[in-house]
Ligand binder design. Structure first.
Ligand code: BJW
Ligand code: ZN
Length: 259
């Protein structure tokens, strides 16, 4: 099946200087990383409030750690898919391309995207809740299944954002800045139910960006987008790149106009 890319969308892109891709778990689905919600979602088995919050971690650190270890293993073993690679390739067509991701899986960077902002942390980083010491990957001391800081004995946690926690301010501020100055904002593979991240495409729209959702399913954001493309990102994004390149859209061809 070929996704339909409207002329309006392609024209807006052809005139764009700055593009932001706002991504969620769906962009990594075709790499083999399960999404959170929906039929294939990991949270059909685990409820978010059971695992992705500080209270759960404090009351059962080994269970939550086990969950993150299993996911770290999957995320390390899979490869970026055609959707991640197409986004990285977009950098050849526009002066500014920013990926604002809710994912913690590193796949955008591994695909070659250079400007990636991570709103919900990164699976490869961990830190001690006692002294702040940083740990990379799985190289952590365990005492009875509980990850411990080798410096102060404190509890080590993944450097990810759980429910009720603030997003990293630098990543948030930079994301808002990029989205508010974008000509086109693509919302890809996210259900749009988790705030404040889900507000970002709307910030773009309010500041004049053309907003397009790429998702096989309807989401909380669909109605507010200027346009929706119903399809899987690993199929739609390469088509988009191909179309742009066949129209000769390159860094020299853009005009400043946002009309
Ligand atoms: C495909 C596809 C294919 C499939 N191609 N697409 C305002 C209103 C109501 C509540 C709140 C609010 N503001 C804050 C809240 C509370 C809360 C919240 O949003 N709750 C809602 C659930 C109601 N938010 C927070 O707590 C946030 N913090 C905060 O607000 O701090 C301020 C504050 C603090 C203290 C006091 C007061 C204020 C923090 C949110 C942190 C979210 N963390 C997680 C876990 C990260 C670590 C980890 O990975 O383990 O982030 S939860 C989880 O959801 C993860 C994701 O990044 C996030 C979003 O999920 P995503 O990416 O959209 O995935 P899915 O599975 O939902 O959707 C996948 C989509 O892909 C689907 O649409 C599919 O169709 C599609 N798809 N295949 C393209 N091939
Ligand atoms: Zn410590």
């Amino acid at each position: 099946m070929t996704a339909i890319l409207s002329d309006r969308f392609l024209d807006r892109l052809a005139r764009a200087r700055s593009v932001v891709a706002f991504t969620g778990a769906g962009i990594s689905a075709e790499s083999g990383v399960p999404t959170f919600r929906g039929n294939q979602g990991i949270w059909t088995k685990f409820k978010p409030e059971e695992l992705a919050n500080l209270d759960a971690f404090l009351s059962n650190p080994s269970l939550v750690w086990e969950w993150y270890s299993a996911r770290r293993k999957v995320m390390g073993e899979v490869q970026p898919n055609a959707g991640h690679l197409a986004l990285a390739r977009l950098e050849q067509s526009f002066p500014s391309v920013t990926v604002v991701t809710q994912n913690i899986d590193n796949l955008h960077r591994r695909a070659g995207s250079k400007h990636v902002l991570e709103l919900h942390g990164n699976i490869d980083r961990n830190y001690c809740m006692g002294c702040g010491a940083r740990y990379v990957g799985d190289e952590i001391l365990f005492k009875e299944g509980i990850p411990q800081c080798s410096g102060c004995g404190g509890l080590v946690r993944p450097d990810v954002v759980w429910f009720g926690e603030m997003l990293p301010l630098d990543q948030w501020d930079e994301s808002v800045k990029a989205i508010e100055s974008a000509d086109v904002v693509l919302s890809i593979g996210t259900s749009g139910v988790v705030f404040p991240a889900a507000e970002l495409p709307l910030y773009g729209k309010r500041h004049g960006a053309y907003t397009v959702e790429i998702n096989p399913e309807e989401t909380e954001l669909s109605e507010t987008m200027d346009e929706v493309v119903r399809g899987k990102s690993a199929q739609v994004l390469p088509e988009l790149v191909k179309e742009l390149e066949s129209r000769g859209v390159g860094k020299q061809t853009q005009k400043i106009s946002r009309k």
